[in-house]
Design a protein around this ligand. Structure first.
Ligand code: ARG
Length: 588
């Protein structure tokens, strides 16, 4: 279904053309004075400069030309040359009746679907998931769902951090603690016990301990580096340990992501790209893209137009070791080979922006990635505490994601049990849904690149711009519809009828925006636009609901029309929260 704003724009463009002006001046936007009109066109002001006429004259001509149009109820030229537009309600209602019969509420799939790889989550093996990983998971998941809803072929990859020194540190620490383990036996050949020699809780304690210890013990760090080297070169006992570490970690991560309603199509790891490195280094050298700088192999990526210092992209350190860069470049080769994507989107902390700039430039310059493949860095800001500093636990430690989710669910639960007659079990289940909505909406309602303040009391409030408020609105609509269906012994829907009630017309206008909002949120990588929209839509519904008594309405035709309209609104709200990555309970 064509977007309503495009249908209107088409008419206005035609009018400009009919009057002898270029059609591009007929762009229509939403009104920024909703008290005066619903849409507006400011094109006459720009056209006036080209055609050397007073803008108001052009505006008047256009308005005049649209006199006979069925689409408009009121069209006015306003000094100095604005065109204020109000739709004919029949026209709007027609549009709504068409989209309400569509499963996708008028949102069309892309005609030319793209293949898009989304790199998000990015947890590191053996390190507990912390709130920093929350944003990547939550934002990436939503971008994935939005892109997929629009018909694109999307591959979400967790890109697990399983390579590098952290592995050597864990192995060395284990050796210190349990030297008797079979994996440290020099004759060990690869048969290894199925049971891992640690639990996830132990593992999560081992890494920070080893990391801390290595800072003050250079010999330990050296040993860890050697262990890393041996692991990467296939030492059987270390490979077996690495496998255990991976399995234990991944099981735990999957559980955590499941709780967040986040799922990945691929569980690829940094280590998977390693086999591409030797060939890549060869290729880069052969084509003279590299030079040696202080012993290291680098690619220069500076450009003349740069206003900031862009360091070279380092491929190999002077000791021949690979780096984060090397892995990311090799992963690009792997992705090009496996999926041939049109775009790769990286959802990563914005503090890595310069790093990605360097890697992207290197990939393009060296043609590891073709010119027409879009590489997108979607950097997100920091989640801060109420003090404006990065969010921490009460004793100043890093807050684990699991605990964060737990504390939100508990807070919601406390609110719910206060004055509701629910069983313990039901309250717990609902609290989980509401808690997830609070957490995700609290995050997604901010523009991704901005820092935001994690304010649990605000996030779980049932009023204001919050996830629970949106859920509450959906639950309210569900209950009205259920009541209506029971009273009328039907779930048949009729048509939406024209109306002059301002709160109803406003609700109609909001509902009609759905397809436009979804497209914008896709092109701008902006789930927050969906949040803004559903907040407006929920507000529009609640104003309408408070002004009109739907269930006791005596005019049955009107009542049925209202039920059809709010069924559409419910469908849109539910579709939107699904795109954000959470869902609504039946009651709360
Ligand atoms: N594991 C990394 C970290 O914790 C994030 C990975 C982001 N993705 C990438 N392709 N580099 O910082």
């Amino acid at each position: 279904m064509k977007k309503l704003i495009d249908l209107i724009t088409d008419e206005v463009k035609q009018a400009f053309e009919d009057k002898g002006y270029e059609s591009k001046f007929g762009m229509v936007t939403l009104s920024n004075r909703p008290d005066l009109c619903q849409y507006q066109c400011n094109g006459a002001l720009a056209a006036a400069k080209i055609y050397k006429k007073a803008p108001i004259m052009i505006a008047n001509e256009v308005v005049d030309s649209l006199k006979g149009s069925k689409a408009f109820e009121k069209m006015e030229a306003i000094m100095p040359g604005f065109i204020n537009i109000t739709l004919n309600n029949d026209y709007l209602v027609n549009y709504l009746n068409s989209i309400s019969q569509e499963e996708r509420f008028g949102c069309e799939k892309a005609i030319l679907p793209k293949t898009i790889v989304i790199d998000y989550g990015g947890p590191n093996v053996a390190k507990p998931l912390h709130v920093g990983h929350l944003r990547s998971a939550v934002i990436g998941e939503s971008i994935k769902r939005i892109s997929r809803f629009l018909g694109h072929n999307v591959i979400g990859d967790v890109h697990l951090g399983d390579w590098g020194l952290q592995m050597g540190l864990i192995i060395t620490e284990l050796k210190k603690r349990q030297p008797e383990l079979v994996y440290f036996d020099d004759n060990y050949t690869g048969e290894y016990p199925v049971e891992p020699p640690f639990t996830i809780t132990e593992l999560e304690e081992i890494y920070p301990a080893a990391n801390e210890y290595s800072k003050s013990h250079p010999e330990f760090k050296e040993e860890a580096k050697t262990a890393t080297y041996l692991l990467q070169n296939g030492k059987a006992g270390y490979a077996a340990l690495w496998n255990h570490i991976l399995n234990v970690s991944v099981n735990d991560l999957k559980k955590n992501y499941e709780n967040l309603n986040v799922s990945f199509d691929l569980w690829k790891k940094e280590s998977d790209a390693q086999s591409y490195i030797p060939g890549m280094v060869e290729y880069l050298k052969e084509h003279n893209y590299t030079r040696i700088s202080e012993g290291a192999l680098v690619v220069d990526v500076k450009e003349e137009s740069d206003t900031k210092e862009i360091p070279p992209c380092m491929i190999l350190k002077s000791d021949g070791a690979t780096l984060y860069n090397t892995t990311d470049l090799a992963t690009m080769i792997e992705r090009m080979e496996l999926f041939g994507p049109d775009e790769i989107i990286y959802v990563v902390d914005k503090r890595q922006e310069l790093y990605f700039e360097t890697v992207f430039r290197c990939a393009k310059k060296t043609k590891l990635v073709e010119e027409n493949v879009k590489l997108t860095f979607l950097g997100f800001g920091t989640m801060n505490g109420k003090d404006g500093k990065p969010f921490k636990t009460r004793d100043g430690g890093v807050m684990r994601l699991e605990n964060l989710i737990g504390s939100i669910n508990d807070a919601v639960y406390q609110k719910m049990v206060e004055n509701r007659d629910m069983t313990e079990e039901e309250s717990r289940t609902i609290s989980k849904k509401v808690g997830l909505a609070a957490l995700k909406y609290g995050d997604l309602s901010n523009q991704a690149s901005k820092d935001y303040i994690f304010d649990i009391d605000r996030f779980i409030s049932f009023e204001g711009n919050t996830g629970p408020y949106i859920l509450y609105t959906i639950v309210r609509i569900k209950s009205i519809i259920n009541k209506y269906n029971e009273m009328n012994k039907t779930s048949d829907r009729g048509e939406i009828l024209p109306s002059v009630i301002p709160s109803e017309v406003n609700l109609m206008l909001e509902a009609a925006k759905f397809n436009d909002v979804i497209e914008h949120s896709f092109y701008e990588y902006a789930p927050h636009k969906i949040c803004q929209y559903i907040y407006d839509l929920a507000n529009a519904f609640n104003s309408f609901y408070h002004e009109n008594k739907i269930i006791s309405e005596e005019d049955k035709k009107k009542q049925q029309s209202w039920i059809t309209l709010i069924t559409l609104v419910k469908g849109i709200l539910e579709q939107c929260i699904e795109l954000l990555g959470f869902d609504a309970p039946d009651r709360m």
